[in-house]
Design a protein around this ligand. Structure first.
Ligand code: NIG
Ligand code: FE
Length: 418
């Protein structure tokens, strides 16, 4: 057994309440200004004021003392919504959008998501793996210790399975916890252009059962949007997914309010994501059902759209999570510190609320809260050292990540000495 002690740490952590932290409780953190954490085999055994922890640890053999030197310590970020598995960012399209083209119009003309599909389909699996792994490691260096990665640039059985195998391999070969989500319903592929219901049928009857059998994902997602998939199609696919044991989530009300948030509430989804256009009924339904609202401010930033109504959501008792949405089109960033900065300065979250959103609530949005998302005995010792006195530094020190060290299961994984 390896026993470690994190000492001299100014610790801030959200509280694990056994359910997503909603409303006013998002503001509450535990703070141990002179704190310590006792770690055994990568798991947190005790956390508290250092005098107390040292008194108990004094009788134990400690293999390694990690001296934080008074630095601020927080849990590793949980990024519960990414599309990190792609070939190349779509820079030409970014320029078109700067010149006034609309995101959904580019998709309707066969570009956007569909142009990323064309490149993923022909990319050798090994190359796709290397590209995805590099991005996951970039996120890790910026403080993300648990990440969700979606499929959804294959849109045929073979290419979707290729993506999911790549995602699983990134989980096995990097320090990160990687949660795979099946997003075969990301767009209607060209072969099914005029028959989206037949594609839903293929997803439901062929792809979902295969993904379940090969154990390649435990979550299923769909992009419900005008010109993409309807709420009725979403209900059909996600009900089938639930029957096969998948947890479900929805790209909901991103550009138009189709009622995606309401569908997420109806299906007791793990989360409803985006919500830039969500109206009052949808927001109230999320609050009533305790469904996490995963907000992606870097997408609003990159698409130059109004931000989701995060402040109102929290004030109405919604549990908000934050995610990067890192993808080749609408949000190209691996950086959770950047996302936290946008949440604080553009959406009106306090630094404490943003930390709760970027850690414990992200963990709930992934069904991972028993293992990650807060510095709580029994959970993994996933933590970050910050160059600052409080988590507010994450929003204040713009354009850089004030993350000086990243620990996963008690091991320093960034920066590495090599
Ligand atoms: O979450 N909205 C749909 N899917 C992604 C964008 C994917 C892409 O543009 O490649 C999103 O924003
Ligand atoms: Fe997305």
């Amino acid at each position: 057994m390896i026993r470690k002690l994190l000492d001299n740490a100014n610790i801030f952590t959200p509280i694990n309440r056994g359910r997503p932290t909603a409303g006013a409780a998002m503001q509450q953190l535990h703070h141990f200004p002179r704190g310590a954490i006792l770690i055994e085999n990568g798991t947190i055994i005790e956390i508290g004021e250092r005098d107390q922890i040292l008194a108990r640890a004094g009788k134990l053999a400690i293999d390694e003392v990690i001296d934080a030197g008074g630095a601020c310590v927080i849990p590793g970020f949980v990024d519960p919504h990414t599309h990190l598995c792609f070939v190349a960012p779509r820079e030409e399209e970014f320029s078109q959008r700067l010149a006034g083209a609309a995101y959904l119009d580019i998709l309707a003309q066969g570009g956007g998501i569909l142009s990323s599909v064309a490149t993923v389909r022909t990319c050798p699996e090994e190359e796709l793996y290397q590209l995805t792994r590099q991005r996951a490691l970039a996120a890790l260096a910026l403080g993300t210790t648990t990440v969700e990665i979606k499929s959804g640039y294959g849109l045929d059985t073979e290419s979707e399975l290729k993506m999911l195998r790549v995602i699983a391999r990134v989980g096995r070969t990097t320090p990160l916890d990687v949660v795979a989500t099946f997003l075969g319903a990301h767009a209607v592929p060209p072969e099914y252009r005029d028959q989206p219901d037949a594609y839903i049928e293929l997803l439901t009857c062929e792809m979902l059962p295969l993904v379940a059998r090969e154990n390649l994902a435990r979550q299923c997602d769909i992009f419900c949007e005008q010109g993409v998939f309807s709420i009725a199609q979403g209900r059909r696919l996600l009900a089938a997914a639930k029957a096969l044991g998948f947890a479900v989530k929805i790209h909901a009300d991103e550009v138009n309010d189709l009622g995606g948030a309401g569908l997420a509430a109806e299906l007791s989804a793990l989360s409803a994501d985006h919500l830039l256009a969500a109206g009052d009924p949808g927001i109230n339904a999320l609050a009533a059902q305790g469904v996490v609202a995963t907000l992606l401010p870097a997408t609003a930033y990159s698409l130059r759209k109004p931000y989701a109504r995060a402040r109102e959501m929290i004030d109405r008792g919604v549990a908000v999570a934050l995610a990067s949405d890192c993808n080749p089109g609408s949000s190209y960033t691996e950086s959770m510190p950047f996302v936290i900065g946008l949440a604080v300065l553009q959406m009106g979250l306090s630094p404490a609320e943003a930390l709760t959103a970027a850690t414990i609530n992200g963990a709930y949005a992934l069904g991972m809260a028993d293992r990650v998302g807060s510095l709580t005995p029994g959970k993994q010792a996933d933590f970050l050292l910050l160059d600052g006195k409080t988590p507010a530094i994450l929003a204040f020190h713009a354009g850089v990540a004030p993350v000086t060290a990243v620990y996963k299961r008690g091991e320093k994984v960034s920066p590495t000495s090599r």
